[in-house]
Write a protein that binds this ligand. Structure first.
Ligand code: RFL
Ligand code: PHB
Length: 395
């Protein structure tokens, strides 16, 4: 294996959901890829993240034969509830306003199914690759990495960076062409998983002391989050402290229905909005968190990773199948239109539902006014449901 050189059509950096889904979809069209992942498979599959799938993401999983377990064990949902301190609830009713349901199903399970599908189909996924580097992106691209006992090279037609926010790929877009837009929030989400039945609806709670969220993975597994200062550490939060803080954010009758128990996972995620443009340069394309991050309010990050990979797989299939590069040439612009629309929704929902440390009474009045209008106006309700269920893919 020392000094081994491999050849493929598309070298995908990062074996998260974006990279694995792209590899799976390309294989279905006879396009060869190699996935290069820094972590062990067990590490990748041990991450607990997203849980809410847009209608379009569910359709993609079904179309590519990845939905059997989701359709058996996932929970179809008609929308998401908002509860608000001393105000009425609102249900973002995606079925009523758009005719489309959403799905509660974990990113962890999707990624497990993707690894199983690539193994079954003989896909090449190289884990524990260290020191991944990209070369000659404008000419004859290749990727090098270290994997015991020596260095490896993958030569390819295209490189796709699906290596998440901290991965190296984005750094290869020339800095004079790259524009980064960022907003960092002064709080994070402390999340726990608990083996107890969930509340009937996914529920966002606004309270002047902060945001909380009740979600779920299946009939027996619940996921809860609370807003915490970005400086807090997991060790600061015993289970008892977490439950006390959570309960205080929900109206009493709802809090009484939350079944508490020992956490089986507990972690803090910082909140960030980030977009890097362009999403393509030379033979390098970026997809998913490698190019953009949304705060989790709205549950859009994984769904954006899927829409990027849909646009990019369509482009690569047209390139190899018909010699047509129209979609490759327009990938960055097409993907970014959807990314910015979703950044906007995620930012608006984050602003609406969180308590910001430095806000003044004017900010608070604006927030109340925005929520009051949502309660009163069916037009506003329909607009929110349209964005929340997932924007349609462009032709
Ligand atoms: P990932 O999942 O970060 O995968 C990137 C992969 O690249 C690998 N990598 C490298 N590989 C090779 N060489 C290197 N040098 C590398 N550096 C990194 C990493 O090991 C990893 O395996 O990115 P991807 O595939 O773009 O997927 C994006 C999603 O993971 C992310 O957007 C979502 O999890 C965001 N998110 C949610 N999205 C939703 O759509 N719905 C939700 O309900 C939702 N909830 C969430 C979330 C994210 C959260 N956190 C923890 C940030 C809830 C939370 C709490
Ligand atoms: C989750 O179930 O993990 C979840 C649900 C809704 C969000 C974010 C995360 O907005």
């Amino acid at each position: 294996m020392v000094g081994q050189t491999l050849r493929t059509q598309v070298c995908i950096i990062g074996g998260g959901p974006a990279g694995m889904f792209l590899s799976h979809v390309l294989a279905a069209s006879g396009i060869d890829s190699i996935v290069v992942e820094r972590q062990t498979k067990a590490h990748v599959l041990g991450r607990i993240r997203a849980g809410v799938l847009e209608h379009g993401t569910v359709a993609l999983l079904r179309e590519y034969g990845l939905a059997e377990r989701m359709d058996r064990e996932g929970m179809v949902k008609k929308g998401t509830r908002i509860v608000w301190h001393e105000k009425d609830d609102h249900f973002i009713d995606t079925v009523r306003w758009t005719g489309k349901p959403m799905m509660n199903w974990g990113q962890t399970q999707i990624t497990e199914d993707l690894y199983a599908a690539r193994e079954r189909d003989g896909g090449v996924v190289i884990c524990e690759a260290e020191n991944v580097r990209l070369h000659d992106i404008a000419g004859a691209p290749s990727v090098t990495f270290d994997l015991a006992p020596g260095p490896h090279t993958v030569s390819c037609d295209f490189i796709v960076g699906c290596d998440g926010f901290h991965g190296p790929s984005r750094g290869y877009v020339p800095s004079d062409l790259q524009r980064n837009y960022e907003r960092v929030y002064p709080f994070g989400w402390l999340g726990i998983m608990v083996e107890r039945p969930p509340l009937p609806d996914i529920t966002y709670a606004y309270h002047p002391d902060g945001f909380a969220l009740a979600s779920r993975r299946n009939e027996r597994l619940s996921r809860y989050y609370i807003q915490v200062p970005v400086t807090d550490r997991v060790e600061d939060w015993s289970d008892d402290r977490f439950w006390d803080a959570l309960m205080q954010k929900f109206p009493e009758p709802m809090a009484a229905k939350i079944e508490t128990g020992p956490s089986v996972e507990k972690s803090i995620a910082p909140l960030r909005s980030f977009v890097s443009e362009p999403m393509a340069w030379g033979k390098l394309f970026l997809a998913g968190d490698a190019a953009h991050i949304v705060p989790p309010t709205g549950a859009k990050g994984l769904n954006l990773a899927f829409s990027d990979t849909f646009y990019l797989s369509r482009a690569l299939i047209a390139h190899y199948g018909e010699g047509d590069d129209h979609y490759l040439d327009t990938y960055s612009d097409t993907a970014l239109r959807r990314v910015w629309a979703v950044e906007s929704l995620s930012w608006r929902l984050t602003r609406l539902l969180h308590a910001f440390p430095n806000e003044d009474p004017f900010d608070q009045q604006l927030r109340q006014a925005e929520y009051d209008l949502l309660l009163r106006s069916e037009d506003v309700q329909r607009a929110l449901a349209y964005e929340y269920v997932g924007l349609p893919f462009e032709a």
